[in-house]
Design a protein around this ligand. Structure first.
Ligand code: 3HC
Length: 690
């Protein structure tokens, strides 16, 4: 065995040169891997004892792509093309032995091999679009020549990988292996060498491009289909252009087009934001300072108090991964309604072909209902998901304290209330944690894990691990009103209302936010959540337009009217009554109404969010700036191609952000705009949020 680099070994076995890659955790194509692959192929070509070449990866996976952490340091030799053209030019057959995930540059490497052998659990994909990129090592030119144009378009624009069985059917995998991958791939390579003759090269076969040549409308149809979903993103369109080039240009020209468009994306702000986000998401799961000996607690049975939309959605997350759930409701009618909604949700998914009938039954079977909280006595985790009322929550936790077994985790799904106060009514505040799910809880990826003053490290570790188990992304936050997500959102909503009071039509405010990339604006979001959330009919504020709308029975989308009027398809139209109410309240408060520019609207909506994020960091409520960004992208629809509020602030420049915040502070004299000391200090030192 010869070590070509620290990451690639060379060894000839039974006439096959085996290049063994070892670059944990995911065998990314770091410089040492690229160098080793290139040197290994060149060595094998000069080695008379080798008649074939096998690329095999140690560890949990085949190459999962380029090394994303190298992107920021600029190109390092050898570049992908130098490596892959060496492989492409090999007269000796090269076989890729694939397990785990062949993604991005990994699949592109495999496509430069003459043959691909894989285990049944392997996955194949070009997920570069998720990083704001396109496959830049020939993937857009080679994949359509193997799986066809239509399939490639689906794969590169969604980034979703396909399984080994499908890859085999499509011709991407030559042989599926059931036994020992290395041994069978070696035998396969030996066979191919023995057969002699020339070996197929993906680049030479244009057959599968023909149907798209005959049917160029496929590109327009793809663009149309994706328009809504990919609004604001550059990378999906660039990926499509590359596949068009594969169809319309000779291979080498197509490669050049791919290279040019790849470079454009790579140097642009969207990809930088998305690459930052890739690492931020993974970072969020790591909690510094937890006791190493604190052990994760086993969660085999879950109780959920409240079977409404929230409780039902939360329960589905657990049933989806095979964990039995007991839902507690206060009446049989509410329980039946809750369980019925869950079943309906599953059946809808099944109708769309995304779940089998058996799976529907199996998941529904895992969710039981009861009217008796005592039935939760054997649960390892109990999540309270009733409406936001401190007295009610305290009553529930007092009762739970007498029912739950010792060591059980008692969680509240509160979105804003003081978790320490809730925990204080129990004899075991160390077992109390916040698990703030976002609505719809079975869909939204974010989970705010709220750490109370006394929450134990073991309970925090369990909360974070649990999120991963139910396929959520967890962000650890401390206790303050609204935690991280809602506390920041309050700032935007307050300023949006002020803008409307000063004369900006709500549809203008919403359009500015929509154009920035949010799925909807502040007022549409209010209507979706329900304007009566937190509204107290007996203490309705006549100076608050939201309260006034509630008094009129306009409580949001659910009542067909809120800030907007809604038709049967829930499409909003501006409601004159809303503008009248804002004008009336403005007059009563002596606020002059006038035109407000889109630019001012954007600044006034986003800058308070950044400022609040800085305060949250300063107070230690969030562990790191990137956690705030993860919260905003996964919980509030902040466009990932802008990275999140803290990344966005960094990209604008903190000095510029501070100057604008100071301008509004001085011009309004309102403490709302007082800049965070952290922001001031970072901006004055020319630093960024970290
Ligand atoms: N580069 C650098 N680091 C990577 C990486 C990559 N391509 N892929 C994963 N990692 C790191 C992660 O940051 C993480 O590091 P950490 O432990 O320090 O946090 C570690 O590997 C494990 O990753 P995950 O926690 O995500 O592990 P999972 O088992 O959940 O998932 C995976 C594994 C499916 C491979 C997932 O990591 C993944 O999707 N990776 C990205 C794949 C990708 O996007 N490839 C394309 C890259 S771009 C490219 O190839 C350009 C080319 O066309 C020129």
């Amino acid at each position: 065995m010869v070590a070509l680099t620290s990451m690639v070994d060379y060894n000839v076995e039974e006439g096959v040169a085996v290049l063994t890659l070892n670059n944990p955790p995911v065998n990314a194509l770091s410089q040492g891997v690229r160098q080793g692959l290139k040197d290994g192929v060149e060595k094998a070509l000069a080695d008379d004892s080798a008649q074939a070449i096998l690329v095999f990866c140690e560890g949990r996976t085949f190459i999962a792509g380029a090394d994303i952490s190298e992107f920021s340091s600029g190109p390092m030799e050898p570049n992908f093309h130098a490596v892959l053209s060496t492989m492409d030019g090999s007269p000796k057959p090269i076989v890729a032995a694939i397990h785990g995930t062949a993604l991005g540059g990994g699949l592109e490497t495999a496509l430069c091999c003459n043959y691909r052998v894989a285990v049944g659990s392997a996955k194949f994909g070009l997920p570069e679009v998720n990083l704001g990129l396109l496959p830049g090592a020939g993937g857009t030119q080679r994949l359509p020549r193997v799986v066809g144009v239509e399939k490639t378009l689906a794969m590169v624009t969604s980034g979703v990988p396909i399984g080994a069985a499908e890859a085999h059917k499509l011709g991407l995998v030559d042989q599926l292996v059931e036994g020992d991958l290395r041994a069978e791939a070696l035998a396969f390579a030996k066979d191919k060498a023995a057969q002699g003759g020339s070996h197929p090269r993906v680049r030479d076969n244009d057959d599968k491009l023909q149907s798209a040549k005959d049917n160029p409308e496929i590109f327009a149809a793809t663009r149309k289909m994706l328009a809504r979903k990919t609004r604001g993103f550059l990378a999906p369109e660039y990926n499509i252009r590359c596949i068009e080039a594969a169809v319309n240009q000779p291979f080498d020209e197509g490669l050049k087009t791919e290279g040019k468009l790849f470079a454009e994306l790579m140097s642009g702000p969207q990809s930088q934001a998305q690459q930052y986000f890739f690492f931020s998401e993974r970072q969020a799961g790591k909690v510094p300072g937890l006791a190493e000996d604190a052990k994760e607690l086993p969660i085999a049975k879950v109780g959920v108090i409240g079977g409404g939309l929230m409780g039902g959605g939360i329960s589905m997350n657990f049933a989806n991964v095979g964990v039995p759930v007991t839902i507690v409701e206060t009446s049989q009618e509410a329980l039946d309604r809750g369980l019925g909604t869950i079943r309906k949700n599953y059946e809808n998914t099944a109708r769309k072909g995304r779940l089998t009938e058996e799976a529907v039954e199996q998941r529904c079977g895992l969710i039981q209902g009861t009217l008796d909280m005592a039935d939760l006595a054997d649960c390892d985790l109990i999540i309270e998901a009733v409406f936001e009322n401190m007295a009610v929550k305290k009553d529930i936790f007092t009762r739970l304290d007498g029912i739950a077994k010792q060591g059980a985790i008692l969680a509240s799904n509160t979105s804003a209330l003081d978790l320490n106060e809730i925990a204080s009514v129990t004899s075991r505040p160390e077992s109390v944690i916040g698990l703030h799910f976002f609505s719809p809880a079975n869909v939204m990826k974010l989970l705010e894990v709220v750490r109370g003053d006394k929450t134990s490290d073991a309970v925090i570790k369990t909360g974070m691990a649990l999120a991963k188990r139910i396929r959520k992304v967890a962000v650890l936050v401390g206790v303050c009103p609204g935690f991280v997500g809602n506390r920041i959102l309050f700032m935007r909503q307050i300023e949006a209302s002020k803008l409307a009071l000063e004369g900006a039509p709500i549809e203008q405010v919403d359009k500015v936010l929509f154009d920035f990339g949010f799925p909807m604006g502040a007022f549409q979001m209010g209507d979706l959540a329900g304007l009566d959330l937190g509204w107290d009919k007996d203490n309705s504020n006549p100076m608050d337009v939201k309260d006034r709308l509630c008094e009129l029975g306009r409580r949001g989308q659910k009542t067909g009217a809120g800030f907007y009027d809604y038709d049967e398809k829930r499409m909003p139209t501006p409601a004159p009554v809303t503008a009248e109410l804002f004008a009336e309240v403005a007059a009563a408060q002596g606020v002059t109404q006038g035109d407000i520019s889109d630019e001012e609207i954007l600044d006034r909506c986003l800058l308070p969010m950044i400022n609040e994020g800085a305060k949250i960091l300063d107070e230690g409520i969030a562990v790191r700036a990137s956690d705030i960004d993860v919260t905003y992208v996964y919980g509030y629809g902040w466009p990932v191609y802008r990275g999140g509020p803290m990344h966005y602030a960094n990209s604008l420049g903190l000095d510029k952000v501070l100057a604008k915040i100071r301008h509004y502070h001085e011009s309004t004299g309102d403490d709302f705009w007082a800049p965070s000391p952290l922001l001031v200090s970072l901006a004055e030192q020319g630093k960024r949020f970290k």
